[in-house]
Ligand binder design. Structure first.
Ligand SMILES: O=C(O)c1ccccc1N[C@@H]1O[C@H](COP(=O)(O)O)[C@@H](O)[C@H]1O
Length: 213
């Protein structure tokens, strides 16, 4: 399978190099202080500067203000903004216009109603990220290692390219792709040895499983 892969939660040179060596097309940097994967602007800048041309650097933010996004985009050479909070359609449009960067809006899914919300976001985003909905009261709106019922989006498409996320692992990613038809997948917890600690062997196993299928 030639599915494109995003490894999210890159927070060290080792994890960045492991993801690139394994063949990831996207590296995600988390800018959300409550996350165990949170990176400072300075560390993200240093890591991003070393990423080879052709691998996209994605900044994951959650309900960020313009001030925070100004600082981020002034400091870190990023290629895509991933909006993983409760940003509404107007906010997505405003961010896209202000920064001139491709925007990927994440939407949490646990029911057919959630899937409908993706239609509207697909009209204002460059990509949509279809993730599992975080449980009520969870500290993080994503990155919880939880999958959703993939049958909810089986054979679906949106007005923008889309990426599948939520609880993917080296063991289940091929089945998830086969069921949903995803051409892009995103993983964080499933390639870690502990929250916030990427495991180079699991990163390689994740991408190898896809390529071997
Ligand atoms: O990874 C995080 O810490 C995170 C924090 C806040 C919002 C989203 C986050 N991660 C994203 O969540 C999905 C699913 O992750 P997982 O594979 O289930 O752990 C993925 O898009 C991550 O980029």
């Amino acid at each position: 399978m030639d599915t494109r892969v995003k490894i999210c939660g890159i927070n060290s040179q080792q994890s960045s190099e492991a993801a690139v060596a394994a063949g990831a097309q996207y590296l995600g940097f988390v800018f959300f202080p409550k996350s165990p994967r949170n990176v400072s602007l300075e560390l993200a800048r240093d890591l991003a500067l070393d990423v080879p041309v052709g691998v996209a650097k994605v900044a994951l933010v959650v309900n960020s203000t313009d001030e925070a996004l100004d600082q981020l985009t002034d400091t870190v050479p990023i290629d895509i903004l991933q909006l993983h909070g409760s940003e509404d359609l107007e906010r997505v449009k405003a961010i896209r216009a202000r920064y001139g960067l491709p925007v990927m809006k994440a939407v949490g899914v646990s029911s057919p109603q959630d899937v409908k919300a993706l239609d509207a976001y697909g009209l204002v985003s460059d990509q949509v990220l279809v993730d599992a909905k975080a449980p009520k009261g969870a500290a993080l709106p994503g990155g919880n290692g939880l999958a959703f019922d993939w049958r909810l989006i089986s054979k679906r498409g949106w007005n923008a390219p889309w990426m599948l996320a939520g609880g993917l692992t080296p063991e289940n990613v091929v089945q998830a792709i086969q069921l949903t038809g995803a051409k892009q997948v995103d993983v964080s917890s499933g390639v870690e040895s502990a929250p916030g600690v990427k495991d180079p062997k699991k990163i390689k196993a994740f991408i190898d499983a896809i390529r071997a299928a």
